[in-house]
Design a protein around this ligand. Structure first.
Ligand code: CP3
Length: 341
């Protein structure tokens, strides 16, 4: 089965493209009224994530409505802790919350290593999505980076500093590694199951990379991201490590194909550091989409000028905010697609 639009796959692999492909982090989300309508059919976020038909429906929405060049499966990075035996709740306006957290060696020993079958609701959603997409665009699968997952498992919720998680790294490094090993093994099995169900490329989200020092990042995060990249050989891999500027040269040494940049990173500097070794992705400030239409166009075209046509996937530097206007998000996508390359 030939994909009608394989721009993202070609860009990820460093092959020639006629124009820059675009997708948006959190494109399947509250920015779309159509998403909110489907979301309202379920009691809570977790029930929604566990409903393959509904998950498939909102995964396809941004392809139809925003015109993006890829779909990303609607799910969450926190399905992994749950599948390992640590359930969470998504509290409205507050975010994730875990009743039990990881504190001791026994807590870690009790956790399962997932084989992928625990997350059948995600692989079922992927199979359904593939049918609905009907080879129009590729489908992105994903997981959280092991460090970002550990951070939620120790902290029990979001945090500005993740100081409990960081305390664990400084005071219990061996336990931290034991936990990271289990999360990594689970994530590899989970990603392989996503690929078997039809995911055409995958993204690893290291959303809390920025709280670590370069030395800790290398030991507790990048080491495990690298292991995931080694294990997933079937499809291209994107690594998005938010705020880990200092780690760019080391991320480039992993077997990832694409490096996601947040909006604080300079395109030219990143290109020089990467020196053609990887494709880059990003990195418009999501808040740019609060600006007027003309400013959005000017700034987006500047971004395209800087990154150039090849070895590049246009995106934001982090996820869409729920209160952005849908029409401005569409405008951003349109500017990228209509740009004269
Ligand atoms: O469109 C997509 O990008 C696919 C779906 C997706 C979601 N979460 C849906 C979601 C993806 C890829 C994620 C990843 C995710 N989840 C990350 C990594 C990316 C990032 O943003 O840094 C993280 C850290 C999480 C954990 C998480 N999930 C938090 C902190 C929150 C609450 C914050 C918020 O935005 O409300 C969520 C909830 C969540 N995940 C929502 C969506 C659409 C909003 C909840 C809702 O619709 O009720």
């Amino acid at each position: 089965m030939q994909l009608q639009n394989d721009l993202i796959l070609r860009a990820a692999k460093g092959e020639q493209v006629e124009r820059v492909p675009v997708w948006l982090m959190r494109q399947a989300g509250r920015v779309l009224p159509e998403y909110r309508a489907v979301r309202a059919k379920t009691k809570n976020f977790i029930e929604f994530v566990k409903s393959p038909e509904l998950a498939a429906e909102v995964t396809v929405q941004p392809v139809d409505i925003l015109g993006v060049d890829a779909a990303i499966i609607f799910s969450d990075i926190l399905v992994i802790p749950e599948a390992m035996g640590l359930p969470y709740q998504m509290i409205e306006t507050k975010g994730p919350w875990f009743e039990n957290t990881i504190q001791t060696k026994q807590d870690i020993e009790k956790l399962n290593v997932c084989d992928g079958s625990e997350l059948k609701y995600v692989t079922d959603a992927i199979s359904l999505t593939k049918k609905e997409l009907n080879n129009r665009v590729p489908l992105i699968g994903f997981c959280g980076a092991p460090f970002t997952i550990l951070a939620y498992m120790i902290e029990g919720s979001g945090s500005k500093t993740f100081s409990k998680a960081k305390k664990f790294l400084y005071t219990q490094p061996q336990l931290a590694h034991a936990l990271l090993e289990k999360i990594t093994a689970s994530s590899i099995n989970y990603l392989k199951a996503q690929v078997a169900a039809g995911a055409n490329l995958i993204q690893i989200f290291d959303s809390w990379a920025g709280v670590l020092s370069p030395q800790q990042y290398s030991e507790f995060s990048l080491h495990y991201i690298s292991a995931i990249c080694d294990a997933i050989t079937e499809v291209p891999k994107i690594v998005f490590a938010k705020d880990a500027h200092y780690a760019l040269p080391d991320i480039a040494k992993t077997k990832c194909n694409v490096i996601g940049l947040d909006w604080t990173m300079d395109a030219e500097q990143a290109k020089n550091t990467i020196a053609g070794k990887k494709t880059l992705q990003g990195n418009a400030d999501p808040c740019l989409l609060y600006a007027d239409y003309e400013t959005i166009k000017i700034e987006t075209e500047k971004m395209l000028d800087k990154f150039g046509k090849q070895n590049y996937i246009a995106n934001l530097g982090h996820g869409l905010y729920p209160d952005l206007e849908k029409e401005k998000v569409k405008h951003f996508v349109r500017v990228i697609k209509n740009y004269k390359y």
